[in-house]
Design a protein around this ligand. Structure first.
Ligand SMILES: O=C(O)[C@H]1O[C@H](OP(=O)(O)OP(=O)(O)OC[C@H]2O[C@@H](n3ccc(=O)[nH]c3=O)[C@H](O)[C@@H]2O)[C@H](O)[C@@H](O)[C@H]1O
Length: 432
């Protein structure tokens, strides 16, 4: 009986050697053949994986592209229409942050007098984006088109300047809020530094270069205690990262003015308030809480001194912005080089009459006809300054800036708007 070994190795010795040799060689070939097959399979799999990955990245990139809310002939037509001035020698203004508080007001004012306006806004969720969408709808009803995009998107900016020879850029897009900088410092660097530089790069390369008017802040005066704050006062002691990024913006814009001939006007806004305002600001959140019967926190300075702000009404700020745009000279650069020195200006846009925070609350109580539940606490060390007070002589002389609305009147208008927008609904949800 042949055992298993016999089966494998036949009994003839000589033949065995030969057979064995053939068997080994066959096995070797089989083995080699299977190794090379495996190798080929492995190669095939690697190639498949690689092509899958590159396809995925293509899909990612293109989906980013295809899903971007900008681009295409229809989009370009909307941009051109919106940028078209309706008056002789009217401007074509790119307004960044156009769905923001100040941005929406100035855009409407520009449109009303016949200038062309294209808005740019990223609709971030720092505060309720539905308010920004509502402002967008308002602008849209006045034929102002707002591009949904970020000032950090250099391709988008290049495209916008490619489609429209903007005469002016009103740069209001920013991460606002003094105290939020403690929670999210990176957002300030992203918008107020990186975003600003990306925008200035686009402006510097644009042909023609636009004139730039942009929002700095009263917060740059920081710990300065010489009042009222004048543009000549020191601004090297910021109390918050917000203030530091705005101060950095003033230095950065100076550099672009110096090297590339961009015409620059920086406006230091003093606590702007009014209808369609920012829900994160004290007058707005106090109103909401008072109406909802919730307590409000009122900060107080050292030695029980009340905090005070030079609250400035939005319509006055709008006039200041228009004055700055109207007196802005043309930029002097081309092809990334300046041909001669360009205009560089900084102005305070305040109200010149500071009001204490308890006084602000008292005015709101009167207009709302509701008593506030106040929690008075020591001002936390989170970036606040005890007071602001603008000297506006320069803006008055050079921009024709003349604020006319006091806090009493301005808050009355704000409360009227607030109640019509949100209704009396105690939850503060908009009644549609
Ligand atoms: O001029 C500016 O450049 C800045 O103005 C605004 O900052 P501020 O002047 O700090 O306004 P805002 O927050 O309304 O606080 C007002 C007062 O209420 C006090 N305050 C605030 C909140 C609170 O809960 N309690 C309170 O007492 C608070 O201590 C303060 O005394 C913009 O937000 C900012 O983006 C920037 O534009």
């Amino acid at each position: 009986m042949r055992n298993l070994e016999d089966e494998l190795f036949p009994s003839t010795p000589g033949k065995v050697k030969i057979e064995r040799a053939h068997a080994i060689s066959r096995q070797f070939h089989r083995c080699f053949a299977s190794t090379s097959t495996m190798f080929l399979w492995a190669l095939f799999l690697i190639a498949l994986t690689a092509s899958y990955l590159s396809f995925q990245s293509f899909v990612d990139t293109s989906s980013k592209y295809f899903h971007a809310s900008w681009g295409g002939m229809h989009w370009e037509r909307q941009i051109r229409n919106s940028a078209q001035p309706r008056r002789q020698n009217g401007y074509s203004v790119l307004v960044t942050g156009a769905s923001g508080f100040v941005g929406s007001h100035v855009s409407l004012a520009l449109r009303r007098r016949g200038d062309g306006v294209v808005g740019l806004d990223n609709f971030n969720s720092y505060y309720d984006p539905s308010l920004k969408k509502a402002r967008k709808a308002l602008l849209s009803s006045h034929s102002i088109f707002i591009v949904e995009g970020d000032i950090n998107d250099s391709r988008l900016l290049a495209k916008l300047f490619d489609v429209v020879p903007f005469t002016h850029v009103l740069h209001l897009a920013a991460q606002a809020g003094v105290r939020y900088a403690i929670e999210n410092p990176a957002s300030y660097v992203h918008s107020n530094i990186a975003g600003l530089v990306t925008l200035l790069e686009a402006c510097k390369s644009a042909d023609p270069q636009p004139s730039i008017v942009w929002a700095s802040s009263s917060s740059v005066y920081g710990l300065n205690d010489k009042v009222p704050f004048s543009e000549l006062d020191r601004t090297d002691q910021p109390a918050s990262l917000y203030a530091a990024t705005k101060k950095a913006g003033e230095e950065i814009t100076h550099t672009y003015n110096h090297i590339y001939g961009l015409s620059i006007t920086g406006l230091r806004f003093f606590t702007v308030y009014g209808p369609w305002g920012r829900p994160d600001m004290a007058y707005f959140s106090f109103t909401r809480n008072i109406l909802q019967g919730k307590p409000i926190t009122v900060y107080r300075g050292k030695d029980h001194v009340d905090l005070a702000r030079d609250f400035t009404y939005i319509d006055d700020i709008v006039k200041g912005c228009l004055g700055a745009l109207d007196t802005a000279e043309k930029s002097t650069g081309t092809g990334g080089k300046k041909r001669r020195p360009a205009q560089y200006r900084i102005y305070n846009l305040g109200n010149t009459s500071p009001v204490t925070v308890p006084n602000l609350v008292a005015i709101l109580e009167r207009h709302l006809k509701v008593k506030a539940k106040k929690n008075v606490v020591e001002m936390p060390g989170n970036g606040d300054v005890p007071f602001t007070h603008a000297n506006i002589s320069l803006a008055r002389a050079e921009l024709g800036y003349k604020p006319t609305t006091n806090l009493e009147t301005g808050l009355k208008k704000f409360v009227k708007w607030y109640l019509s927008y949100y209704g009396y609904n105690p939850r503060g949800v908009r009644n549609l």
